[in-house]
Design a protein around this ligand. Structure first.
Ligand SMILES: NC(=O)c1ccc[n+]([C@@H]2O[C@H](COP(=O)([O-])OP(=O)(O)OC[C@H]3O[C@@H](n4cnc5c(N)ncnc54)[C@H](OP(=O)(O)O)[C@@H]3O)[C@@H](O)[C@H]2O)c1
Length: 253
């Protein structure tokens, strides 16, 4: 998958929802999906950043995207149901969902971990992904060969000191992926997989490793082959997997 080359029209006529589409990996994925023909619904916290992604897509003559600002911290089930209803009414279908938005949270020992920060990180990184996927499931099920992609991490597979709620949230994401893939295997054509991006040059990586030179890590654009592979029909037989976007070590963030 590291050397996967997506054909230009891979995602033509697809409607894809991307969370955290205003920055980092989510922005790169939204641009890559649009470049390959998809209409992308840009979900995220900061409207200005979503507008920047919108402008970049239209400047590259991609299909006109849609902007859906939503703060995943504090969004209620009704907010996710509203999103699903609005997107279905506007586009008639949803063929894919990239659950990408996330926060790092405190890097402190569990013994000192602030309980409200614990709740916040789990709400944004795990509960929101569950609620959004649950809300979109009926419309995804109505599309042929829909794909849901969760975003994991190296510390979602092996626990490490000081990664606290972030690590726990990513273990939860791995579990969500496996459980949902197993539940849907024989009753739906939806496939559910997870990506571990590996160390990638973003704001989150810089916050986690302030001493690291950003040039040490690939840019979000460099890890797009797996993001494209999992959203397009070349991955129809891939279900319940957690895949690395980069060769070598899984990376920590
Ligand atoms: N970069 C890495 O090395 C690495 C490694 C492993 C896993 N990951 C995972 O990859 C995903 C993307 O990370 P990234 O590195 O691209 O991070 P990033 O540059 O910090 O981007 C995170 C995105 O999530 C959005 N977001 C955060 N809180 C939100 C909220 N409450 N509501 C809505 N949107 C919210 C942000 O929107 P605003 O900018 O508007 O706040 C931003 O668009 C995350 O799930 C992360 O855990 C990253």
């Amino acid at each position: 998958m590291f050397d996967y080359h997506a054909r230009p029209g891979l995602l033509r006529d697809r409607v894809l929802v991307v969370t955290g589409a205003g920055d980092g990996i989510g922005r790169a994925a939204a641009l890559a999906y649009a470049r390959h023909g998809a209409t992308v619904v840009l979900v995220g916290r900061t409207r200005r950043k979503l507008e920047d992604t919108y402008d970049a897509i239209t400047a590259a003559n991609g299909p006109e995207p849609a902007i859906y600002p939503l703060n995943l911290d504090g969004a209620a089930p009704k907010d996710y149901a509203d999103l699903a209803r609005v997107v279905e009414a506007e586009f008639g279908a949803v063929h894919g969902l990239l659950n990408n938005a996330g926060v790092l949270g405190p890097r402190t020992p569990l013994a000192q971990f602030n309980p409200s920060e614990w709740d916040r990180v789990l709400r944004i990184n795990l509960t929101s992904q569950f609620l959004l996927t649950q809300a979109l499931l009926p419309v995804l099920a109505a599309a042929p060969r829909a794909s849901v992609v969760f975003t994991s991490s190296g510390v979602g597979r092996v626990g490490r000191a000081y990664w606290g709620a972030y690590s726990v949230s990513k273990f939860g994401v791995e579990a969500l992926t496996q459980i949902w893939a197993d539940e849907l295997e024989n009753i739906s054509s939806i496939r559910i997989n997870a990506i571990n991006p590996g160390a990638t040059r973003t704001e989150m990586r810089a916050a986690a490793y302030p001493g690291e030179s950003p040039d040490e890590n690939p840019a979000p654009d460099d890890i797009m082959p797996l993001y494209l592979y999992l959203m397009g029909d070349d991955s129809v037989d891939c279900n319940g997997r957690s895949l690395d976007a980069q060769r070598g070590a899984p990376g920590d963030t």
